[in-house]
Design a protein around this ligand. Structure first.
Ligand code: TRP
Length: 331
C-alpha cells in the first residue's frame, strides 16, 4: 500500500471542474492506497479570510468532498489545524530552507503581484508548510496539478537536505501522482478553456446547484451562429459544449449532436437542453447528499474528529523521530 497525502484548499463551492480534476481521482485513489486528505486551513490564512468565512468554508468543503464520494472509512480525512504537529515540522524544516529559494517560487511571485498589500511571511513559507504536510505522513505519492509541481519538487529538496544534514535516510522523497490521461479538462460555459470561478461565476456548474440554476446557466452558455458548411471547425465555445457533454452525457448523445453539427443541422438550444438535463442527472445525487450532510452536524464533527485522531497518531510518531534525529531532548 502506498501512502498518499493531499491538501485541499477550502475555497468556496466545488464545481464540475474540481470534480473531474482532483476529486474524482482522490475517490479512485482511496480504494488502493492509504490516503490522507486534509483541508488546508492554515494555508488559506495566507490570504486572510474572515473568521466566519474560514469556518464555513472548511465545513462546506468537508461536506462536499464526502458527498461526492470521499469515504472517511477508507481515507483519513482531517482538518490541517487539528494536527498542529505540522507547525513544528514546518518550523524545523524552515531552519534549512533559504530565503532566496522561497523568493524564487513561481506561486509566491504570483501572490506578490496579486496581493501587493499583503505580502506576509506565511506566503513566503507556504512551500515549507506544504512540505511538512507531506513529510509528516511519509507520503510516497502526492496527487498534484501542474501549478503545484514546483512545490512538490521543493518538498523533495527539503527532505533530501534534511536526510543529508542529519546524516539519516529518514524522509522518503515523494513523487507526483500524475492523473495523466484520466484528467478530463472541463471548460467553462463562457467560452473559456477552464471552468474557474475566478473568471465568471456563471461559467461554473457547482455540485450544489439546483436543477433550475443549472438549466439557466447552461441555456445562457456562449455558442456561435452555427456551422454553414460540412466539416467546418468548431469555435472554442462550441468545442466547450461538446467537451462538457462528453463528461456528463452518454456516447450516443454526443454522437448524435456531433452528427447534427457535421450536417449543419445542429440547434444549440436543443443541445443545451440535453446538456442541462444530463448535468442535472449527474449532479443531483451529490447535491442531495450535500443537503443531507448539511443537517448532520454530529456526523461531520465525528468524521473530522476521528480523522484528526488518526492523523495525529501518524504525526506524533514523525515528530518524535525528527526531534531525536535533530538532537532535541527534553530534560
Ligand atoms: N497548495 C495546494 C493547493 O493550492 C494545497 C496543499 C497544501 C497541498 N498542502 C498540500 C497539496 C500538501 C498537496 C499536498 O492546491
Amino acid at each position: 500500500m502506498k501512502r498518499v497525502v493531499s491538501g485541499i484548499r477550502p475555497t468556496g463551492f466545488l464545481h464540475l471542474g474540481n470534480y473531474f480534476g482532483a476529486l474524482r481521482n482522490f475517490i479512485k485513489m482511496q480504494e488502493e492506497n492509504e490516503c490522507f486528505f486534509f483541508i488546508a486551513d492554515y494555508h488559506s490564512l495566507t490570504t486572510h479570510p474572515t473568521p466566519t468565512d474560514l469556518q464555513s468554508n472548511v465545513r462546506n468543503i468537508l461536506i462536499e468532498y464526502i458527498a461526492a464520494g470521499l469515504d472517511p472509512e477508507k481515507a483519513t480525512i482531517y482538518v490541517q489545524s487539528d494536527v498542529p504537529q505540522v507547525c513544528e515540522l514546518s518550523l524545523l524544516l524552515s531552519m534549512n530552507v533559504y530565503i532566496g529559494e522561497l523568493q524564487r517560487v513561481a506561486s509566491f511571485k504570483e501572490k506578490v503581484r496579486r496581493q501587493p498589500d499583503n505580502v506576509n511571511a506565511g506566503l513566503l513559507t507556504y512551500p515549507v508548510l506544504m512540505a511538512a504536510d507531506i513529510l509528516l505522513h511519509h507520503a510516497d505519492m502526492v496527487p498534484v496539478g501542474k501549478d503545484q509541481e514546483q512545490h512538490l519538487e521543493m518538498t523533495r529538496d527539503f527532505a533530501q537536505r534534511f536526510n543529508h544534514i542529519y546524516k539519516h535516510e529518514y524522509f522518503k522523497l515523494p513523487v507526483a501522482y500524475n492523473f495523466g490521461s484520466e484528467l478530463v479538462k472541463i471548460p467553462g460555459l463562457d467560452g473559456s478553456t477552464k471552468m474557474s470561478k475566478s473568471d465568471n461565476e456563471n461559467s461554473c456548474i457547482y455540485l450544489s446547484d439546483t436543477p433550475e440554476v443549472i438549466r439557466k446557466k447552461v441555456m445562457k452558455a456562449v455558442s456561435d451562429s452555427g456551422p454553414t458548411e460540412p466539416g467546418q471547425p468548431k469555435t472554442q465555445a462550441v468545442e466547450n459544449l461538446f467537451q462538457l457533454m462528453k463528461a456528463v452525457s452518454t456516447p450516443e448523445t454526443v454522437h448524435y449532436f456531433e452528427d447534427q453539427y457535421q450536417n449543419c443541422a445542429i440547434r444549440y438550444g436543443d443541445m443545451k437542453k440535453q446538456l442541462a438535463a444530463d448535468m442535472t442527472a449527474f449532479v443531483q445525487p451529490v447535491y442531495e447528499r450535500i443537503l443531507e450532510l448539511r443537517d448532520k452536524d454530529d456526523y461531520i464533527r465525528k468524521v473530522a474528529r476521528e480523522g484528526a485522531e488518526r492523523a495525529r497518531e501518524s504525526a506524533a510518531k514523525t515528530i518524535k523521530e525528527v526531534r531525536e534525529i535533530i538532537g532535541i531532548k527534553s530534560f
